[in-house]
Design a protein around this ligand. Sequence first.
Ligand code: PNS
Length: 175
Amino acid sequence: MKTAIYPGSFDPVTNGHLDIIKRASKMFDKLVVVVLINPLKNYSFSIPERVGLLSKACGDIPNIEIDSYDGLLADYFKEHPEIDVIVKGLRATSDFEYEFQMAHTNKDLNPRAETVFIPASANTTFISSSMVKQVAMFGGDLTKYVPPEIHEQISAKLTAEFAEKKRMARLRAEQ
Ligand code: PNS
């Protein structure tokens, strides 16, 4: 039995992530999708929210499990000897340098942690969580970027976040 892990921030999950999840779930017997933290990033969604969005978006895929972890991917890998390989998606050559560095860091921290890359499907190469967040904050149409069952939750959260940002900016300007 071959098990892979697909780690990411998923803030929020997009059709680009789902493309990789669906294709990887066909390549491996089991795919564990894990919400991790990049401490250098600012997130809009809490970890339980991101796990919830992933669960809704992946509801019809039978061989996946969704988890979250507050630590190094290399340590999650150590704690789960049943996981064979890390799967990452590559959208463009611009992703490569960073992903290559992470793959080497993970292998350095845990020599068992090999990474395989799956190229994003052509129709999803331009989709990113930060692009989705910008479109949602301005009330744009998310139809092509995130699965329909999570549109509303994403729009509601991000329009509220944007309204709060504008309110704080106004307050600062008045001071
Ligand atoms: O979707 P992202 O933001 O590109 O995912 C990056 C993520 C969260 C997978 C990466 O930052 C990560 O693995 N975070 C956990 C801490 C870690 O192991 N970092 C890599 C070694 S520096």
